[in-house]
Design a protein around this ligand. Structure first.
Ligand code: GAR
Length: 217
C-alpha cells in the first residue's frame, strides 16, 4: 500500500521533527516524511532532515510581500511534491485562513500547553503564573483560529514546586516527543475522524490511549 506522504513545516531545532522521522523509519509504517520546509535557513531541523535523507527546502517568509503570497508558495511546493498531509513542528508562522482551508483536516500542530488553556506564546510562563498543577502539550487539527481545532492527543505533566520556565519547558518537551508520534501514528493508520469540533479515534471519543500522564516516566 502507498505510504501517506507527509510534509513538515519547521522553523528551529526540530526535536519534534526528529521523533516523526524516527517513527516513520519503523519498518512497515504507513507514512513517510517526503519534504521538510523551513522558513528559516541554517536551522537544526534542516540538518536533521538531511541526515535522514529527506528532501528539504528553505522558503524565507521575508522573500514574500505578505502572508498570503508566502502561504501560496508553500502550498505550491507541497503539491508539486505530492504531499498529502502536513505536520507543523515548531513552525513559528501563523498560517492564513486560505492555506488552512485548502488543507482542511490535513494539518496537525503541536502546541506546548493543554489546550484550550494557554494559547499563543510563552505558554510555560502562562502556566506558572496561573498556578496550575498540571501542564502539558496538545496535538490538534489546525483551524484558521490560532491554537484552535479538534484535539487528537494530549500529554500531561505535573508542575513541581520550584519549577521555572526552563524546567517546565524541558518536562513538557519530553512529553511532546511522545505525544506527536502517537498522533501521527493514529492519522497514518486512518483511525482519526473529525466530528465537528472534536476528533474521534476509531469512531469513538478518545480514551486513555490519547492521553499520556507523566509521559516522561
Ligand atoms: C515545541 O515546544 C513546540 O511545541 C513549540 O515550539 C517548540 C519547537 O521545538 N511550538 C509552538 O510554540 C507553536 N505554537 P522543536 O523545534 O525542538 O520541535
Amino acid at each position: 500500500m502507498a505510504r501517506l506522504k507527509v510534509g513538515v513545516l519547521v522553523s528551529g531545532n526540530g526535536s519534534n521533527l526528529q521523533t516523526l522521522i524516527d517513527l516513520c523509519a519503523t519498518p512497515g509504517f504507513p507514512a513517510e516524511i517526503a519534504l521538510v520546509i523551513s522558513n528559516k535557513p541554517g536551522v537544526m531541523a534542516l540538518e536533521r532532515a538531511a541526515r535522514a535523507g529527506i528532501a528539504t527546502q528553505v522558503i524565507p517568509h521575508r522573500d514574500f510581500p505578505d502572508r498570503l503570497a508566502f502561504d501560496q508558495a508553500i502550498d505550491a511546493v507541497f503539491r508539486a511534491n505530492g504531499i498529502e498531509f502536513i505536520c507543523l513542528a515548531g513552525f513559528l508562522r501563523v498560517l492564513s485562513e486560505m492555506f488552512v482551508e485548502l488543507w482542511h483536516n490535513k494539518i496537525i500542530n503541536i502546541h506546548p500547553s493543554l489546550l484550550p488553556s494557554f494559547k499563543g506564546l510563552h505558554t510555560h510562563a502562562q502556566a506558572l503564573a496561573a498556578g496550575v498543577r498540571f501542564h502539558g502539550c496538545t496535538v490538534h487539527i489546525v483551524r484558521p483560529v490560532l491554537d484552535d481545532g479538534p484535539i487528537l492527543v494530549q500529554a500531561a505533566v505535573p508542575v513541581l514546586a520550584g519549577d521555572d520556565e526552563q524546567s517546565l519547558a524541558a518536562r513538557v518537551l519530553k512529553a511532546e516527543h511522545q505525544a506527536y508520534p502517537l498522533a501521527l501514528k493514529l492519522i497514518a493508520q486512518g483511525r482519526v475522524q473529525i466530528d465537528g469540533t472534536r476528533a474521534l479515534i476509531d469512531g469513538k471519543a478518545p480514551g486513555p490511549a490519547a492521553l499520556l500522564m507523566n509521559p516522561q516516566e
